[in-house]
Design a binder for this molecule. Sequence first.
Ligand SMILES: C[S@@+](CC[C@H](N)C(=O)[O-])C[C@H]1O[C@@H](n2cnc3c(N)ncnc32)[C@H](O)[C@@H]1O
Length: 314
Amino acid sequence: MLCVEISKEKSTIPVAEIASFCKIKKVYRDAVPCEGEALKLKRLAYSRSVNDLLFSCSPDELQEKMHGMHYDDFCVRVFNAGKEKESMERAIGAVMDGRVNLKSARNEIRIFLEGNEALVCRNLFTIRERFDERRATKRPFFSPTSLHPRLARAMVNLSGAEKEILDPFCGTGGILIEGALMGLKVYGSDVQERMIEGCKENLRFFGFGAKEKDYDYMLSCSDIGESEFKNVEAIVTDMPYGRSSYTAKEQLCSLYERSFERFHAILRPGGKAVVCTNNQSFLMRYAGHFELRSLHKIYVNRSMCRYIGVFIRT
Ligand SMILES: C[S@@+](CC[C@H](N)C(=O)[O-])C[C@H]1O[C@@H](n2cnc3c(N)ncnc32)[C@H](O)[C@@H]1O
């Protein structure tokens, strides 16, 4: 059994991301025991580490249960213990068997205290993605409408895509960059030629498509209604909304209606559409022929929330 340490984000996204790849057994405040392939979880955006769950017990039983537990080279880290943290780590380390190594232990024992339970784990890996280094302002082609890379990555994960994604409103390519960095084939289109050129430049900046024969990605300049992609595994997209979004003067309700119709034609049966907008009622109204798998709300500021709908093409 695995145990994922999630970030402290007040959102439904961290757990939903894990559920795209694993069977979740229980959700604690900071830890999520689940069954699945650990390696698939390296791409999570809102999690901190992936661990093997060794056993769980009451916090009072920890020393007794861990007495004589052997690792050649280990350290103990206790989470959520407040002021007791260091004394608990020392006391547990003292009853275990093997060499304590606080600097670079080969076995890091992580204990998550969750109310009346202690989840005793061995760390498999820590997730260290440098999202801030990929922020929109740090790319050669910039637009203020681009999502934060952490959210863009989480959206790709919510699709569960293992092979490919399409962003038919790709803009500067924030979602495509994350998909490509995860090893997926990425396809994108946008109605503005300058966005397609800028998106290419950004993808090149991150090492994709530098060579002519390199088919890491495919981009085309087209209106959503003319998108020719077919049988695609997943659509992951951030729709136009808000004051600075370009819509070629089309009313948003008309654009959303046309878009969901097109998404249906583009996706293979069972394929997923992960769609971000600030207008929850548009998602409910125009995605009628999709099955809604989950809906996530993200607070942006006093006057704006984002909604991310995860839909399945029936
Ligand atoms: C919110 S932005 C996407 C931001 C993007 N995620 C990024 O990282 O830059 C929406 C994009 O939709 C494009 N767009 C607007 N109307 C469109 C249409 N009818 N068909 C295709 N793309 C359209 C705009 O040009 C804009 O780049």
